[in-house]
Write a protein that binds this ligand. Structure first.
Ligand SMILES: *Cc1c(COP(=O)(O)O)cnc(C)c1O
Length: 407
């Protein structure tokens, strides 16, 4: 017999569904509600028994979807031109989820030599230990990827532009050659975001976007997204989240949903400022090379123009040989840039990166580079800050030359 709530002890009453003065009506605000849940409550025992029948779209357990996470997946699908999007706790988790799902012992994966460092480590350590054959390839391979594909190749990872070194890959050529041989293409398109490259349209089967970057946009959320047009692939990946136990918090989904609304404006501003700053840097006597595909003399410029509709605010720069070794001094001299990993936040961020040791298919001989993520500050302030830091280097370099004993 159901008892009247009025006779319940307070600690029991507070655990019953809330009473309202009128029935809960649908409520619509501008923001998606944050629905936090571990337990999902079912109307009756039979519905609970059958809960996995609707696993891919419905609600079974908070880890595998809430109205908030489903709303975010839907918005990301719309932005990426994808049939399906699946969230993961980080960009790295999204990448490793694909590798764990699609590869088994004896299989082969091809990975671009300038891919995101942590996924390279995952492949080189764990995948190899599990008996997966891992080959790194020259990012500029293009259609010649065909020569590297074996009967065991299941997956080709592309990332364009490459992390730190910014090589633009010929994704359509790689995708054609890969599909001809029955393998799949995974694209890490975090730099471009879905705004500036629809890699599914270029032939990628699954696209990863680290939402920790521009989509969240404020340096306070970790999340990743996988997008695909294949229902089969989506279901295989979703099944893997179930056995591995990967989900995302509704609060974080809400922050990303908010971030997405202003992402086009933020990326546009970062991109415009970054291009101006890159052009300015290229003219400075301390700078050897600016690695930014939107610069007309960048080796990837033509492909970038063909396949991308814009740039983001991330690029790298190399000091001239006379200034080599002073990268950290330059970075420490900057006043407006935060020093740190990750990027895509409102605040400009800078980091020293040395790709030398992380290469096996190609050689990186130019040593340490400076990776910039340009934020939303006024570009003239950032340029003034960079100029004073470079002027400081010139002083240091003159001292260094003066201190050298005469030959
Ligand atoms: C940052 C980044 C990732 C990983 O994202 P996290 O959310 O930090 O794990 C993956 N790929 C690229 C290209 C990235 O820049």
């Amino acid at each position: 017999m159901k008892r009247s709530p009025n006779v319940l002890a307070p600690e029991t009453a507070i655990l019953q569904p809330p009473r309202r003065t009128r029935p809960a009506a649908p409520f619509t605000g501008l923001a998606e509600p944050v629905v936090r849940a571990s337990t999902v409550v079912f109307a009756d025992a039979a519905s609970f028994d059958n809960r996995y029948a609707d696993f891919y779209d419905g609600y079974t357990y908070g880890l595998f979807g809430t109205p908030t996470s489903r709303a975010l997946e839907g918005q990301l699908s719309a932005m990426s031109g994808a049939a399906r999007t699946l969230l993961a706790p980080s960009g790295q988790a999204a990448l490793s989820l694909v590798l764990m799902t699609l590869l088994k012992p004896g299989d082969h994966i091809l990975m671009t030599d300038s891919c995101y460092g942590p996924i390279r480590s995952f492949a080189a350590s764990w995948l190899r230990a599990w008996g997966v054959d891992v080959t790194f390839y020259d990012p500029l391979v293009g259609a010649d990827i065909a020569r590297l594909i074996t009967g065991a190749t299941k997956l080709v990872l592309v990332e364009s532009p490459g992390s730190n070194t910014m090589e633009i890959q010929d994704i359509p050529a790689i995708a054609d050659a890969t599909h001809d041989r029955g393998a799949l293409v995974l694209g890490d398109m975090t730099w471009a975001t879905p705004l500036h490259c629809r890699a599914l349209d270029l032939g990628a089967d699954i696209v990863v976007d680290a939402l920790s970057k521009y989509a969240s946009g404020h340096g306070d959320v970790l999340m990743g997204a996988l997008s695909t047009n294949s229902e089969t692939l989506y279901r295989r990946l979703k099944d893997m989240t179930r056995v591995v136990g990967l989900g995302v918090p509704a609060d974080d989904c809400s922050l990303v949903l908010r971030g997405l609304q202003s992402m086009p404006l933020r990326v546009e501003r970062s991109s415009a400022s970054a291009l101006v700053i890159a052009q300015h840097l290229a003219k400075r006597p301390e700078i050897d090379r600016v690695l930014h595909p939107a610069l007309p003399d960048d080796p990837g410029h033509t492909l970038w123009k063909r396949d991308f509709s814009g740039a983001s605010g991330v690029f790298s720069a190399l000091l001239k040989p006379g200034f080599k070794g002073l990268e950290n001094r330059f970075i420490d001299q900057l006043a407006l840039f935060a020093i740190g990993a990750s990027w895509g936040s409102a605040r400009s961020v800078v980091a020293p990166q040395d790709p030398t040791a992380g290469r096996t298919a190609t050689r990186w001989t130019e040593g340490k580079l400076i990776r910039f993520s340009i934020g939303l500050e006024a570009p003239q302030d950032l340029i003034a800050d960079i100029d004073q830091a470079l002027d400081h280097l010139t002083g240091l370099s003159n001292d260094r030359t003066a201190a050298k004993p005469a030959a």
